[in-house]
Design a protein around this ligand. Structure first.
Ligand SMILES: CC(C)(COP(=O)(O)OP(=O)(O)OC[C@H]1O[C@@H](n2cnc3c(N)ncnc32)[C@H](O)[C@@H]1OP(=O)(O)O)[C@@H](O)C(=O)NCCC(=O)NCCS
Length: 180
């Protein structure tokens, strides 16, 4: 439906697939939200190029206020921060959420939960059994509310080192979630 020439959906924030041209706004949001652990523009752009199906932006009236970048990856093997992937491994066995970030004014509206559900549904549809991420920035409680749990093993500690002392590796078990 159009109201005054505007789609009804244009007036409320909604997630849409990210395009390569969104890289500048994604990078700008990242620099605000993750000022302590910034990644290079090229690193974010590579995620968009390697897996466009895993990347979305939160938009309202042509203004982007959040993004999520995700891609297939190897379980228990979070990539080092601020590092290009090179390629998506053939043996990928998790859908990995590289980053979800909303500008502060957009938080608390349910947008984060909405896109987490979207990615869970998408990972299930393409046949993955697990989603994974590294929780930073005090977001562990948010991810727990979305059904993720902390996982620990001896190899993870070194891999998490660059993410800050409070970082934890978390997974969502799609098979277990179906049984519940
Ligand atoms: C974390 C983030 C994505 C959450 O998005 P959001 O849209 O604000 O969250 P929602 O409004 O969808 O909240 C969903 C639920 O999680 C809870 N929640 C949100 N942030 C939380 C947090 N940091 N800790 C604990 N619970 C949280 C909400 O209260 C809500 O609870 P409810 O289910 O009882 O209603 C957002 O705050 C953000 O961008 N933070 C900065 C970047 C960041 O930390 N990203 C995560 C990197 S791993």
């Amino acid at each position: 439906m159009k109201v005054n020439g505007m789609n009804a959906t244009d007036r409320s924030p909604h997630w849409r697939p990210a395009a390569l041209m969104d890289i500048e706004v994604i990078y700008d949001i990242q620099c605000i939200v993750h000022a302590d652990y910034p990644e290079a523009r090229e690193v974010l752009l590579e995620r968009l190029e390697l897996c466009p199906a895993g990347c979305f932006v939160l938009e309202r009236s042509d203004v982007v206020s959040g993004y999520v970048l995700s891609h297939p990856w190897r379980r228990f093997s979070p990539p080092p921060i601020d590092t290009k992937l090179g390629t998506i491994p053939k043996e990928a066995d998790v859908w990995y959420l590289h980053d979800l970030a909303l500008v502060p004014e957009t938080r608390g509206s349910g947008a984060g939960a909405e896109v987490a559900k979207l990615l869970v549904a998408q990972a299930r549809q393409v046949g993955y059994q697990t989603l994974a991420l590294v929780s930073v920035n005090g977001s562990q409680g948010f991810w727990e509310r979305q059904g993720f749990s902390v996982r620990k093993n001896e190899t993870l500690a070194g891999k998490l080192a660059g993410y800050g002392s409070a970082a934890v590796y978390m997974e969502y078990d799609l098979v277990g979630a179906e049984r519940r």
